[in-house]
Write a protein that binds this ligand. Sequence first.
Ligand SMILES: [Zn+2]
Ligand SMILES: [Zn+2]
Length: 250
Amino acid sequence: MKYTIIGSGSCVPNADRNSSGAILEAGDKIILVDCGTGILHNIPKTGYDYTSIDIICITHLHLDHINDFGALLFAYCNDPDCDRKKDLQVIGPIGFKNYYRGLKKLYGESIKPKNYKIKISETEQSSFDIGKLKIKTFKTYHTEESIGFRFEYEDRILAVSGDTGYHENIIELCRGASLAVLECSFPDELNFEYHLTPSTAGKIAEKAGVKRLILTHLYPIAEKYPLIKQCKKCFSGEIEVAINFEKYII
Ligand SMILES: [Zn+2]
Ligand SMILES: [Zn+2]
């Protein structure tokens, strides 16, 4: 699998870190994981074609994770070069269908799929088999509906937390992961219940036996602190802070 982070920032504007979004390539499937503000226009920088996305996984309904979903549909509708025919599968949290209904009500024909269908699965904890790829969802500790994703392909495992606070369920989500991409909104000095810090992210990764950890979803204030040093106190594996447009091979 290959995982390219497009946005490693939060809801706060940051010239260097866009809101949340990444592209996972697993076999012949292209999966967009979250679709926050600014993601759409940065997809070309990854080398992937925005019309080739097979599946969109949405972790929760906060705007920094979902705002470009409507923009993507609008682009599909209005791009003369886009002749999308394959269905678009969306795996999202409870409430996503309602969100999409709202978009359709507001934007009508301008976002309506022409020659393809949107198939939405709303989920809390479940599992999807897509060829050789297995996608599992886990409830996270952030909003009422928030979920994280675990992607299993051949013998490799990628865990993506989305936004979350510390919770046993996130350890299960990350169990034995080759790569875990965990949010790290704030430094240890600023601990919020519904977000992670380097220490809490490290603790999860250590307990789960993760091999390699990437810290993402950084608020600008987080970058003023030694995140890797703080994380190292709790996690003995490999730690990196997310780099935009880097292709992580899993
Ligand atoms: Zn967020
Ligand atoms: Zn959030």
